[in-house]
Design a protein around this ligand. Structure first.
Ligand code: FES
Length: 170
């Protein structure tokens, strides 16, 4: 394998992990923490270091939904799918974000500025229905507030063709 600055960096990040299937998960977590995703160029390096096939590495990445193969969007809208949010109109809030941003749940805008992702209840149900924007809770949202918020985010993103986060398993 050709040594480049990038492959050397990946090697250094996981150098202390002994080659084993058991350390594969730790290696992937390190890369994701460092880069915000797992660059595809890093996969053969990880496979070599762990003495595993690249298919095994891809298999592990696709098994765990927290791993992604594409850079995260600048702004992540995490739509809460929990019961309190759903009971208080969370589905309408999701549809508003989808319509205004021109993307579906699980997708990011073409320019990767805004992504709309499935979130879980984190116990802040007094804010239902709510979304988290880069981790910050916004709610309770009326339909009008959701439209305003989504438009504000949309103005930061390029117009409405969307792409899926192909490598981001759900
Ligand atoms: S159900 Fe949405 S925050 Fe609890």
């Amino acid at each position: 394998m050709l040594e480049t600055e990038a492959t050397l960096e990946v090697k250094n990040l996981i150098a202390d992990l002994r080659p084993s299937e058991g350390n594969l998960l730790a290696a992937l977590h390190r890369l994701q923490e460092h880069y915000g995703y797992i660059p595809s160029d890093a996969i053969p390096v990880v496979a070599q270091q762990m003495k595993l096939g690249t298919a095994r590495v891809y298999g592990m990445i696709s098994f765990y939904s927290e791993f992604r193969l594409t850079p995260p969007p600048e702004t992540t809208v995490s739509w809460c799918s929990g019961p309190a949010c759903c009971l208080r109109g969370g589905d309408s809030i999701r549809r508003i974000f989808e319509a205004v941003l021109g993307i579906k749940l699980g997708e990011s805008t073409e320019d990767n500025r805004v992504g709309l992702h499935l979130g879980q209840c984190n116990g802040t149900c007094d804010l239902a229905p709510m979304v988290r924007i880069n981790g910050r809770a916004r709610g309770p949202l009326s339909a009008a507030e959701a439209v305003r918020l989504a438009r504000e985010l949309s103005s930061r993103a390029s117009p409405p063709s969307a792409r899926k986060n192909g490598g981001s398993p759900s």
